[in-house]
Design a protein around this ligand. Structure first.
Ligand code: ZN
Length: 430
């Protein structure tokens, strides 16, 4: 199967970060990577691949060279996407309907979530033989819908409508009498009384589709940032680092500021890199030197030029779908890219024949932020912010360039195949 079809299957099977990490873990297992547990001591064999998860929603995978190592070459991305989370008392009855009490997770385009069948997914914590065990759960069927008010009761709806998440965004899950917990227990195959707690989300389960002349575009939920996350693991599986350790880390909670125990603003990456180094006998000075010689790609999708609103974009630094990997710039360093990291990444792409395009926001638009600069506060290495151009970021259904998946894979493979040697401050050989 080609990369694009594999990505489409992954997107459909990964409605929340829990399924994304479960599926990425499955890819790693199939590729011979061994699972590590953070709560045990690690002993590592040279030449092997390993992965570790935290909170079942973040994963870091790495491959060791045959002997020793000089530094790390890291690709970072995120596993979460904007959606709605069920509140602890989620069931609500009104006007003959069974509704769900939900709140926003991250910043989505609210209107795109209306009038489309939605599903539920997340994880359950289940009582099992005296233990509390977290289990990913994916309904994978149409169980809910958030209806619009008819235009006859809102004649100004096409002039723009303000949607209140407490009032307008509650999904219907059935007729009065239906309740969420019974449905969840049934879907998960567990008894209602065995469910101790749940992290459940309302998700879009639309199948990813290719569209347009020549099937140039891919429409799917969660392209931001599962497209980069999948590419990072796919590329790592093919990597064979010689003097360095190749790493893919996929963090949860980027959409809500990364400040959780499993987010980019946690100790996860520094814990894992430190433990790898320790298991290989590189501690203290040698670990610090290895980190100083390391390089990171912060991979998160970018904004393609909008066909009807070009005025929202900088006139020179705009990017197109299928135009290649995007390098992102921001003077205030919301994106980590600087001249040094740009030069290294673009040189790798140039040699590999991967097209590169450059993005910067209009100077009067604050733009978004991502995880590279946050991760840098914990593991400070030369980093460049990259991504793939897409439309409608944070819509329930986003669109990206179908040919760009291969561009990103080629770039990441070339990155892992390159030996980036940081010789000193301001001198890097590629
Ligand atoms: Zn993102």
């Amino acid at each position: 199967m080609d990369a694009l079809r594999e990505l489409m299957q992954f997107l459909q099977a990964s409605p929340t970060a829990y399924q994304a990490v479960e599926n990425l873990s499955g890819m790693l297992e199939a590729g011979g990577f061994r699972r590590l547990n953070e709560s045990e001591a690690w002993s590592l064999e040279p030449g092997r691949g390993y992965y570790v998860t935290r909170n079942q929603s973040s994963v870091i995978a790495f491959r060791l060279p045959e002997r020793g190592f000089a530094h790390f070459q890291i690709v970072a991305s995120h596993s979460d996407s904007p959606c709605f989370k069920l509140k602890p008392q989620a069931d609500r009855t009104a006007n003959g309907y069974a509704l769900l009490n939900v709140e926003k997770y991250g910043g989505m385009i609210l209107s795109t979530w209306m009038d489309r069948p939605l599903s539920l997914a997340g994880r359950l914590v289940v009582r099992e033989n005296g233990a509390l065990v977290a289990r990913p759960v994916n309904f994978d069927r149409d169980v809910a819908l958030i209806p619009n008010v008819p235009i006859h009761f809102n004649r100004t709806v096409n002039d723009g409508v303000a949607l209140n998440p407490q009032v307008d965004m509650l999904p219907v899950i059935g007729e009065e009498g239906a309740d969420c917990l019974t449905m969840v227990a049934e879907a998960a195959g567990v008894a209602t009384e065995d469910i101790a707690a749940a992290d459940l989300y309302l998700v879009n389960r639309d199948a990813p589709r290719l569209w347009g002349a020549g099937e140039a575009f891919l429409a799917a939920p969660r392209l931001d940032d599962l497209e980069c996350a999948w590419c990072s693991v796919r590329a790592l599986l093919d990597a064979k680092g010689s003097d360095h350790i190749d790493v893919a880390c996929v963090f949860d909670n980027e959409e809500v500021g990364s400040g959780t125990k499993q987010g980019a603003d946690s100790t996860l990456l520094e814990d894992v890199l430190g433990r790898i180094a320790e298991a290989l006998g590189a501690t203290g000075q040698s670990l610090r030197a290895a980190v100083a010689r390391s390089f990171m790609l912060s991979a998160d999708n970018a904004h393609a030029i909008h066909p009807n609103h070009p005025e929202k974009y900088d006139s020179e630094n705009r990017v197109a779908m299928n135009g290649g990997v995007v390098v992102k710039f921001n003077a205030n360093q919301k994106y980590t890219t600087d001249a040094m990291s740009q030069a290294v990444f673009e040189e790798i792409c140039r040699r590999a024949g991967v097209p590169v395009q450059r993005f910067a926001n209009r100077s009067d638009v604050p733009g978004g932020s991502t995880l590279g600069n946050i991760a840098n506060a914990h593991v400070s290495v030369n980093t460049v912010d990259i991504g793939l151009a897409q439309l409608a970021m944070h819509s329930a259904c986003e669109t990206a360039g179908a040919r760009d998946v291969q561009h990103m894979l080629n770039a990441l493979r070339a990155f892992h195949a390159s030996e980036i040697a940081v010789d000193g401050d301001g001198r890097i050989r590629v």
